[in-house]
Design a protein around this ligand. Structure first.
Ligand SMILES: [Zn+2]
Length: 60
């Protein structure tokens, strides 16, 4: 199932046409999503790095 979004009223819909304003909806997968994904990956990486630093502190 692909979530669609109305570019006019911003309502999310699963239809190709917004039931509110009759405007053709667009795919609700803006670059926002990939940015969040990137951020999540970065956080994961930072966590790993922090863990690594802690680990090496213990060793030295
Ligand atoms: Zn609409």
């Amino acid at each position: 199932m692909l979530l669609k979004k109305c570019p006019r009223c911003g309502a999310y819909s699963l239809r190709d046409i917004c039931p509110e304003c009759g405007v053709k909806t667009v795919s609700a997968h803006p670059p926002k999503f990939s940015l969040l994904d990137k951020y999540g990956k970065w956080r994961q990486k930072a966590k790993l790095t922090m863990h690594h630093i802690k680990h090496s502190e213990v060793i030295s």
